[in-house]
Design a protein around this ligand. Structure first.
Ligand SMILES: Nc1ncnc2c1ncn2[C@@H]1O[C@H](COP(=O)(O)OP(=O)(O)O)[C@@H](O)[C@H]1O
Ligand code: SF4
Ligand SMILES: [Mg+2]
Length: 371
């Protein structure tokens, strides 16, 4: 299917240390951020009415052997308290960089401009000490590979107790008791015995439950999960996602979920950002995005999703071409080289962000007029 073709209403569910250096962001001045729905400066007081997370005009440039490369361009979005927001896009489009920027864990030498506010507090100006205090305490993190998140040299119990002692000042005994409660909460079988187990003694799914327990330990307002089930067996993936969804809802946390799986997004998040070549190209309520598919790139992703029940031999659609080299992006629409609807105007200037529905935006000159 061509990316331009309008599919029927999706049956998605059945498919399978921020650098303090600043730079100017060429695109930041021209675009405003898309609005998405729910979820200090060292001295700034958190504003009580502020959204949970507000990202405005975020640009990140990384040093590479070929010179500086801008990997995030004018990324903007807002999360209310308790909101679930997903980021989708092909590999290399900037999903993980967005997450790393939020946590102040960008690669050495990263240049950042724009603003990231958590509970009204600006994060881009925090020093490493302040960021350390924030990570784990106010932002919980779950990554793709639990083995890299866990220290193989420490027991499970000790790793869960550490943030409790560090951020909440619990005694050793109280932290151990709380660690057990957390392991039971993430439904790790035989939790009491597992407190003294080593990471290698657990299966991948069990390790990811431990990582989730650590992420929840200090009651963060925001849980950030970057491809949390990609490394797990298919049968375990659903269980872990359900667990995350259940815990997020129970605690009223905001969830920022990164995945390339449209089915996962349809079932887990209420709002969606679609990223391409370091930019947000479409955003809005998940149901609206999937219903309308206002950007040709979103249509391409949707057409290319694997589905159950396809006749044997059916070729999956693909988006023609490849993600462009971020070091040599064209001056106009970054998707133009792969877009069946491209016309000369698309190459002239970066497309504006158009509102196509309530809280639903797409960065395409034809966004409002696609069939
Ligand atoms: N340490 C690094 N130095 C330079 N470029 C990087 C580095 N890490 C990632 N990139 C580039 O940043 C872009 C965005 O990467 P990433 O956010 O990891 O993508 P994904 O959407 O797959 O998570 C990619 O082009 C990637 O090659
Ligand atoms: S601006 Fe043009 S090239 Fe870019 S997605 Fe829209 S139609 Fe395609
Ligand atoms: Mg990634």
């Amino acid at each position: 299917m061509s990316p331009s073709a309008r599919p029927a209403m999706p049956d998605i569910a059945s498919s399978v240390p921020i650098s303090r250096a600043k730079e100017t962001c060429p695109s930041a001045a021209t675009a405003s951020g898309p609005a998405a729905g729910p979820g200090g400066g060292p001295a700034a007081e958190p504003a009580p009415t502020a959204p949970l997370l507000e990202v405005r005009g975020l640009c990140v440039t990384l040093p590479t052997a070929r010179g500086p490369v801008q990997v995030l361009r004018d990324v903007s979005f807002t999360m209310a308290r308790g909101q679930t927001l997903g980021i989708i896009g092909e590999s290399g489009c900037g999903k993980s960089m967005t997450a790393l920027a939020l946590m102040g864990l960008l690669p050495e030498g990263a240049q950042v401009s724009g603003s990231i506010r958590l509970d009204g507090q600006e994060l881009t100006t925090l020093d490493e000490r302040a960021l350390c205090a924030l990570r784990g305490a106010r932002i919980g993190m779950v990554f793709q590979e639990p083995m890299t998140a866990l220290n193989p040299l420490h027991t499970i119990g000790r790793q869960i107790a550490e943030p409790l002692r560090l951020h909440r000042g619990l005694s050793a005994a109280a932290a151990r008791a709380e660690a057990l409660r957390l392991l039971e909460r993430v439904r790790l079988p035989q939790a009491a015995q597992r407190l003294d187990a080593w990471p290698h003694q657990l299966s991948g799914g069990q390790r990811q439950r431990v990582v989730i327990a650590i992420a929840l330990a200090c009651g963060p307002g925001l849980l950030l999960a970057d491809e949390p089930t990609t490394a797990l067996d298919v049968t375990i993936q659903r269980e872990v996602l359900d667990l995350i969804g259940e815990l997020v809802a129970a605690d009223g946390m905001g969830l920022l979920l990164i995945s390339h799986d449209l089915g996962v997004m349809a079932q887990t998040v209420r709002h969606l950002l679609v990223m391409y070549a370091g930019s947000v190209v479409e955003s809005g309520p998940t149901a609206d995005v999937f219903r309308r598919l206002a950007h040709p790139y979103t249509r391409g992703l949707f057409a290319a999703r694997p589905r159950l029940g396809l006749a044997r031999g059916t070729r999956l659609a693909t988006i023609p071409g490849r993600v462009p080299d971020l070091a040599e992006l064209p001056p106009g629409c970054a998707f133009a080289g792969r877009c069946a609807l491209a016309e000369p105007a698309c190459a002239a200037a970066p497309p504006p962000l158009l509102e196509v529905g309530s809280g639903h935006h797409a960065r395409c000159i034809k966004a409002g007029a696609l069939p």
